[in-house]
Write a protein that binds this ligand. Structure first.
Ligand code: URA
Ligand code: SF4
Length: 207
């Protein structure tokens, strides 16, 4: 099976983890992507945000949530009362998966499979063990499935505080939609309000 496991160093800090992740070959996604996009933020962060995978701009710049979805997320977090600068931000999958389309071969995001998400899981587990956040915000279905299993359905649990044991530790999690889904929504304002309202549940759970 694909797995990042042999690439994850034992007893590493975040900087060492990130450096090791740059060389991960745990699944085929490293082949076409530009670079590994590891999580960013302080090991002291109280909240960890988990997205799906880097997008086009994240892949080029090497940092999570720096593209359009990230801008929207930062705005929604600030509006909900969570300082984006104080959050640890990462993705379930650390390499950009895409297909090329159109005359210019534009790179179009493709959802990672469950196998790829599972393969990348050891990185997320290592980040969780080091940051030990008080709260995890799950941004969309891929993040939810990565930490809570394949039966996770975002519409059933969004905007609620879940208490689940993950890798042997009790965790509190607030699921919500992925910020990219807000950008694609027909009723964008309504979808944005929904995201902010879920993030307010997370903000309250942090006080
Ligand atoms: N979408 C994600 O899930 N993560 C990013 O880093 C950017 C867009
Ligand atoms: Fe490794 Fe994850 Fe990249 Fe696959 S997606 S190569 S498991 S870092």
């Amino acid at each position: 099976a694909y797995t990042a496991e042999p690439f994850v160093p034992a007893r590493a800090d975040l900087a060492a983890l990130s450096e090791a992740a740059a060389g991960c070959r745990g699944c085929p996604l490293h082949r076409d992507a530009t670079q590994t996009v590891f999580g960013a933020g302080s090991a002291d962060a109280r909240v960890m945000l988990v997205g799906e995978q880097p997008g086009d701009q994240e892949d080029r710049r090497g940092r999570p949530f720096v593209g359009p979805a990230g801008k929207l997320l930062d705005r929604a977090l600030a509006e909900a009362g969570i300082d984006p600068e104080e959050a640890y931000v990462t993705n379930a999958v650390k390499h950009f998966k895409f297909t090329r389309s159109g005359p210019h071969g534009r790179r179009i995001h493709k959802a990672p499979t469950l196998r790829e998400t599972r393969a990348c899981g050891p990185w997320l587990a290592a980040e969780l063990a080091l940051v030990e956040p008080e709260l995890i915000v799950l941004l969309g279905a891929t993040a939810g499935k990565a930490l809570l299993g394949p039966s996770f359905r975002v519409t059933e649990v969004r905007g609620t505080v879940l208490e689940e044991e993950i890798h042997g530790r009790p965790e509190r999690l607030v699921p919500t939609v992925h910020p990219s889904s807000v950008l694609r929504a027909e009723d964008r304002e309504g979808a944005y309000r929904g995201l902010v309202s879920d993030l307010k549940v997370a903000a309250r759970a942090l006080t």
